[in-house]
Design a protein around this ligand. Sequence first.
Ligand code: SAM
Length: 279
Amino acid sequence: MLSYLHEYHAGNFADVHKHAAQVLALTMMQAKPSAIAGFDTHAGIARYDLDADRARKTAEADTGIRRVWRQRDRLSGADWQPVLGELSRLNEGSDHLRYYPGSPAWFHSLQRAQDSLTAFELHSGESSRLQQWARERRVSVLAEDGLSGLLRQLPPRAPRLLVLMDPSYELREDYRRVADTLASAWHKCRHGVFLIWYPQLTSDLHGRLTERLASSGLRKIWHSEVRLRQPPERGMTGSGVLVVNPPWGFGDRLDAIMQEVSAPEGLGIRHCQGWLVPE
Ligand code: SAM
């Protein structure tokens, strides 16, 4: 029984990190015209109302994307523009940031005629809402396990592949399953770009994922970590993104994005990165 609902967390500092990395990877891949097959293994509902009760209960967006939004006129980096442009479009140019896109919506905002998106969502209520959002869009929604579903669909027909794996890690086995699925997916499509998000926890459970991947035989794994300057005593102290086969120059550009919002009046974070496994 799945109980995690992303509505409580949408737009927090970890979403900003994850979605900035997702949008950057996709825009960099789109420098070439060849088609990209996108897969979102844990999609959520695609559109979040930051004023709704669930979001207000935690108010996580207030110290996440809403702080970025307040600083938007000072964000000079070109790589912020696809993010800010989509937020502005979704909120009809309003100063008040009410709506926030989830990962399938970020994919969709950049989708070209030649690109495709398959989104998996196992939670029945969430997948119905995702289906509803996808109805008038070129997005295929599958209400099934995203990890085994992904393996069934690989290799894609399109020449290039971008996968986002963003589980809720409700089950401890998710760390092992993500690492094992990534290794199998890479064997089916070695040139694919794979983005994996994980929470940094005081319990250090995420260490299982990075250690397993570091010894998996996979090469070219970029590791980006955002750490809160004032972490809570328990729970999530940071956010991690692993990128297998990052586009050339990805790390420098992601660092520039995160540095621009790292100050205490921004996200209040430190960004550290480097190869988990080099080429
Ligand atoms: N990727 C979304 C975003 O960035 O907007 C957030 C996803 S949320 C962290 C994780 C989602 O995965 C939840 O909606 C949950 O219901 C769903 N989920 C959990 N286990 C799953 C599984 N085995 N396969 C597919 N979806 C799953």
